[in-house]
Design a protein around this ligand. Structure first.
Ligand code: GRF
Length: 196
């Protein structure tokens, strides 16, 4: 199963995926490339350090949206790797409908809350400020609506009285780093079937 990863930042989830791949935990998954709209993003250095092609996506940095010209270019560059699965791991752009349609059902995203609660930005802080006692992370299918597609898997994280925003954030990231590779492994082994 050919897999590519898109991200904009630290790349800790990409690292967890690559480590799982190195340890042969991802079934027949091959991580073919990692893409980022941010040329200096750490996720690209992580790709380099695992000898995975690291590709910069040239997108308008002033917009969260992707224009139709950009979308065509994005499809071309990503399709070079014939992906069976596209993983969004902290990708801060909103994918256009035509792009999502071309890969229907084969794009997944990790979000740091128990969806459908706390969609969108700053989800960990908003859940913490709300006083939730259980939060967590979700892997879901990407659709044109933000953080809204079919839920594939979730991991809960308890919020204790002694927790701070920082400690909850760490616990959620730790949960993500287990959940996302395990979902990729299950997709590659067809324990999880993505509708086409
Ligand atoms: C993760 O918390 C993920 O849930 C969210 O963006 C963050 C990406 O972190 N979508 P990293 O770049 O993988 O470290």
């Amino acid at each position: 199963m050919n897999c590519v990863i898109l991200g904009s930042g630290k790349g800790s989830n990409a690292r967890a995926i690559l480590e799982a791949s190195t340890q042969q935990f991802l079934g027949n998954t091959k991580i073919k490339a990692i893409f980022s709209d941010q040329p200096d993003a750490q996720i690209l250095s992580i790709a380099d350090s695992f000898a995975i092609p690291a590709r910069h996506l040239s997108l308008d940095e002033d917009s969260a949206f992707i224009s139709s010209d950009e979308s065509k270019a994005l499809f071309e560059i990503i399709n070079e790797y014939s992906p069976d699965l596209i993983v969004l791991a902290g990708f801060m752009k909103i994918l256009p409908v035509d792009f999502i349609d071309k890969f229907q059902g084969r794009i997944i995203n990790i979000h740091p809350s128990l969806l459908p609660s706390f969609k969108g930005l700053n989800a960990i802080k908003r859940a913490f400020d709300h006083g939730v006692k259980i939060t967590g992370c979700t892997v879901h299918v990407v659709t044109e609506k933000i953080d809204d597609g079919k839920i594939i898997a979730q991991a809960p994280v308890r919020v204790m009285e002694t927790d701070s925003l920082e400690s909850v954030t760490q616990k959620i990231h730790a949960a993500e780093h287990v959940l996302l590779p395990s979902v990729i492994a299950k997709i590659s082994q067809e324990y999880i079937k993505l509708s086409q």
